[in-house]
Each structure stands twice: as C-alpha cells, then as structure tokens.
Design a protein around this ligand. Structure first.
Ligand code: NAP
Length: 206
C-alpha cells in the first residue's frame, strides 16, 4: 500500500527546515511521495500580512521541483474559504484510495489538534497518521499531549521527530529580508531569487 506524506503549511516562505523535515519523514516512514500543500487561507491566522497564496505556491513549487519524491499541490490554493486540513485529507483519501496518509506538520499544530482546536479534530486523528516535527529546544512533551487530549482518540497515530534544521524559521527569514540581511543557504536559491524579484517581505516586521 502506498504511503504518502502530506506536508501542510503556510510556507511564507518555504525554507530548508521544511525540506529537511519532509526528506527525514520520507526516509524514516518509508513514504513513496511527499505532497507539499501550501494553504490558501490559514484557518488560524488573519490574512493581514500573509503573502498572497499564489506567491507561496510558486515558491513551494520552486523549492520542491528538484526532488523526484516531492510534489507541490494546489489542493488548498484552489479551494475557496478557510483551508481546513480535514477537507484536504478527505479529498486526498478519495484521490489515493489505496494509500496511507501521513500528515507532517510542526509540533505546535499537534498540541492544537489534541486540544480539539482544529476543525473536526477528533475525526481528523482517525483519518491519517501525524508526524510532528519539533525544533531543537522545543521538544514535544508526550505527557502534555496525553493531558490535553480532548479528542477521546488514542494517540498511537502521532509520531514525533526532532529536526535540527528547523532552527530556520519563516518568521526569521521575513525579518532578515526586511532588514536587508542575507537569507542565502536558508532557502533554496530559486526561492531567494523569487523573493527578491517580487520584492516580498520588504516591509515585513512580522
Ligand atoms: P504556523 O502556525 O505558522 O507554524 C507553527 C510552527 O510550526 C512554526 O514554527 C512553523 O515554522 C512550524 N511549521 C509549520 N508547518 C510546518 C511543517 N509542515 N513542518 C515543520 N514545521 C512546520 O503553521 P502553519 O504553517 O500556518 O500551519 C501548519 C498547517 O496546519 C497548515 O497547513 C495549516 O493550514 C494547518 N492548520 C489547519 C487548521 C484547521 O484545519 N483548523 C488549523 C491550524 C492550522 P515556520 O514558520 O518556519 O513554517
């Protein structure tokens, strides 16, 4: 049975931390493919200050194009309204009927899910497995996951991986661009060129 990774994010912008996470998850969990799914409308953010979805999608495409196991998906970009992950997973389950899905995301997101903060969180936990990537110094406390788990589901579907490269963050990259500091070696070169060409993040204090 195919095992497919679904790498969800705002990717504003995508960086090497995301790419290393996806590659590590691919190898550790024997995934045949990782789909990068930039959201259109992050359900947990105001759109104020978030870069338009087409720019974020293009940067994701540029960053993933050289890895034959990676693909950028428009599934959320083309769906109007808030990009609820449950809708994406249900759509992908229909498209990959014989596959197991592994949703890869940041550590904070997993805590939000077990706290029931995401749309239909309890159901989501039964539809796919989760790979939670944590930054060094911010380990996921499994006891916290248990303590805050309001979904009623066992948490066996949640896997944790620590990714040193996640010391890179989108917030830091946006700040660096705004301050005229280098982002070389933090993002793939074509992404850096795209950011400069489209003058993204110039006034970003976010
Ligand atoms: P975020 O809240 O901006 O990020 C939280 C932390 O996780 C940041 O440190 C972020 O690092 C990191 N992160 C985000 N995506 C990651 C990934 N795929 N792998 C490793 N680290 C990651 O997160 P977001 O990107 O906006 O949201 C993550 C995903 O959850 C999105 O697809 C979003 O649509 C989905 N989501 C769904 C619901 C819902 O269905 N109700 C609610 C909330 C979020 P960087 O800033 O460096 O990326």
């Amino acid at each position: 049975m195919a095992r497919i990774g679904v790498m969800g994010g705002t990717f504003d912008p995508i960086h090497y931390g995301h790419l290393v996470t996806a590659e590590e998850a691919r190898v550790q969990f024997g995934l045949s493919q990782v789909l990068f799914v930039p959201n259109h409308y992050p359900p947990h953010k105001t759109l104020d200050g978030v870069t338009p979805p087409e720019h974020r999608y293009h940067m994701t495409l540029l960053a993933t194009v050289t890895n034959p196991s990676f693909a950028a998906s428009r599934i959320e970009i083309d769906r109007p309204g808030p990009s609820y992950s449950i809708d994406t997973i249900l759509e992908l389950r229909r498209a990959h009927q014989a596959g197991d899905l592994f949703y890869i995301t940041g550590a904070d997101a997993i805590l939000q899910i077990v706290r029931g903060a995401w749309e239909r969180a309890a159901e989501l936990l039964t539809l796919c497995q989760f790979i939670a990537a944590s930054r060094p110094g911010f380990p996921i406390d499994v006891d916290d996951l248990r303590k805050f788990n309001v979904t009623g589901n066992p948490l066996a579907n949640i896997h944790v991986i620590e990714i040193p490269a996640l010391a890179i963050s989108s917030t830091d990259i946006r700040r660096r661009v705004a301050e005229g500091r280098p982002i070389r070696y933090l993002v793939p070169e074509p992404v850096e060129t795209y950011i400069m060409k489209h003058e993204l993040y110039r006034g970003a204090g976010r």
